[in-house]
Each structure stands twice: as C-alpha cells, then as structure tokens.
Design a protein around this ligand. Structure first.
Ligand SMILES: C[S@@+](CC[C@H](N)C(=O)[O-])C[C@H]1O[C@@H](n2cnc3c(N)ncnc32)[C@H](O)[C@@H]1O
Length: 261
C-alpha cells in the first residue's frame, strides 16, 4: 500500500489537476461520479438522504464495491483485518456488539460467527445494503446466529437500550460523514455503551486542512475528533497499532470518560 499523504487537500484545484495528470485513465470515471453525485445532492439536500442514494446506486452495481472493495478477495481481506484487530483487543463470544454502518457485513459476518447468537446488532442508513447483508448471512450459513440488522435514519441510537453494548464498531463510516453526523453519534453512543465497553471508529486522517471530496469522503484531524468525544464526556485515544496495518484510514477508540480501558 502506498504511503499516505497526510497533508494533501484533495478538494484543492491544484491537487485535482495534478492527480488527473498523473492518472488520466481515472478521469472519465471520476467525472461520471461527480455528475451523478451532483444530481443526487440536488435531489437530496440533507447528507443522510444523499448518502443513502449514493449507496443505493452503488449497491445496484455491486454491493462489495459499494462498501469500498474492488474484488471479493479484498472484501474478505478487509473484513478479516477488522475481525483480527478486535479479537486481538479482547472481543469475546459473550460480548454484545453494535456495528454502525455495517454495510453488507464485510467484517460483520465474522463477528456474527464469533459472537453468541443474538449478540450482533448491525445498523445502516441504507436499506439496499442491508438487503445485501441478508444475502451474506445466507451465503455464510449464519441464520442460526440470529443477527439483528436494522435500517436507521440517524445516529441517535434511541431504539437501543442503555449500557448494553461491550463493543461498538464503525469501520469506514465517519470517513463518509460530515462533522454533525459524527457529533450526533458521539453525543449518544455513551448511553448504549456498557461499563468498560469501547467504541472504535476509523476515519480519513489529515494533518493539514480538513476537507471533503464530493461530500463522499471526509478528512479530519485527530484533535478535532478527540475534542468532539471529550465534549460529550467520553475519552478518546488514537490507536497507534492500527497504523501498522495495510489500511488507508486511522482509528480512534472511545470509552466512558470516567472508566477508560
Ligand atoms: C464504506 S461502507 C463500510 C461498511 C462496513 N462498515 C464495512 O467495513 O464493510 C460505509 C457504510 O456506512 C453506512 N453509513 C454511512 N453513513 C452512515 C450513518 N450516518 N449511519 C449509519 N450508517 C451509515 C453506509 O450506508 C455504508 O453501508
């Protein structure tokens, strides 16, 4: 995996022109995506509806690609990376897990197989990708593990019980989320997190200016996300061991402010 450029502003004209000159073959696809996204943004002014429409369009073409994997091999490898990391950090079968933005269960099917029946809850704003998630349950013969898959309109988590989940996980979700969506999640996740539980999320990290591309990919500084968590009474720490893995995003772990982990 090429080294990450942590200072580039991918939204800046200079960066885009340079990128186009270096990768002329990618320009037609990018332009098509930009045109589609412009059309979808006009039809869906709020971010969640817009991104749900993006997922609908992408899932129709290929659910694995819709969650960011270009091939089944990469889909399997990226799911294994998420799973192995959490196992290394103590995920046990009796734990109750909430996966935010579970997609078509790239990591989820492994969590479902590992956890005791009924202990996995996946939520997503896209009904279309949740239909694909059901296909994954069937494909992996996991019906007896009774996973819960729920479409959501927002991240208030209001239909979930207090202090219930030992592990909350959001992989490649905040990389597609504007700050108010992340803040909504951080404002409510503490309520559903069990004592001693933890919430891991990945994000696209920048050490330069925060920016977004097509309102699909958002780049944040670590300090922004850490202080947002602290604002809501949570403790947040940058997970340096995740940086050793071949993945383009960074990871932050959030715990109850008073308990920590
Ligand atoms: C890149 S995919 C990753 C899916 C899964 N976490 C994985 O690693 O395969 C991002 C997923 O998050 C969902 N998503 C995006 N914003 C969300 C939000 N605010 N609340 C819940 N799900 C969201 C998308 O619909 C999509 O399924």
């Amino acid at each position: 995996m090429p080294a990450r450029n942590l200072t580039a502003n991918r939204a800046a004209l200079g960066h885009r022109v340079g990128y186009a000159l270096r990768h002329p073959d990618r320009v037609p696809r990018h332009l098509a995506r930009a045109a589609r996204d412009l059309w979808l943004r006009r039809r869906h002014p709020d971010h969640i509806s817009y991104y749900r429409a993006v997922m609908r369009s992408d899932t129709r073409t290929d659910p694995d690609a819709a969650v960011g994997s270009r091939s089944r091999e990469r889909w399997l490898a990226l799911g294994a990376m998420q799973f192995d990391y959490l196992i290394g950090h103590g995920l046990r079968p009796e734990h109750r897990m909430l996966e935010i933005g579970c997609g078509n269960l790239r990591g989820g099917w492994r969590f479902i197989r590992h956890l005791e029946p009924g202990n996995y809850h996946g939520i997503d704003i896209s009904p279309d990708i949740l239909f694909a998630a059901q296909d994954t349950i069937v494909e992996m013969s996991l019906q007896k593990r009774l996973p819960n898959l729920t479409p959501v309109r927002d991240l208030t988590l209001r239909f979930l019980p207090d202090a219930h989940f030992d592990v909350v996980h959001a992989h490649s979700v905040f990389s597609h989320s504007p700050l108010p969506v992340i803040e909504e999640c951080l404002a409510h996740v503490g309520r559903v997190l069990a004592p001693g539980g933890w919430f891991d999320f990945t994000f696209d990290r920048t050490e330069g200016e925060e920016h977004h591309v097509l309102r699909e990919d958002f780049y944040y500084r670590v300090e922004t996300l850490v202080s947002l968590a602290e604002k809501h009474g949570l403790r947040a720490r940058f997970m340096a061991d995740w940086e050793d893995l071949p993945h383009g995003q960074s990871k932050i772990r959030v715990t109850h402010g008073e308990a920590g982990r």
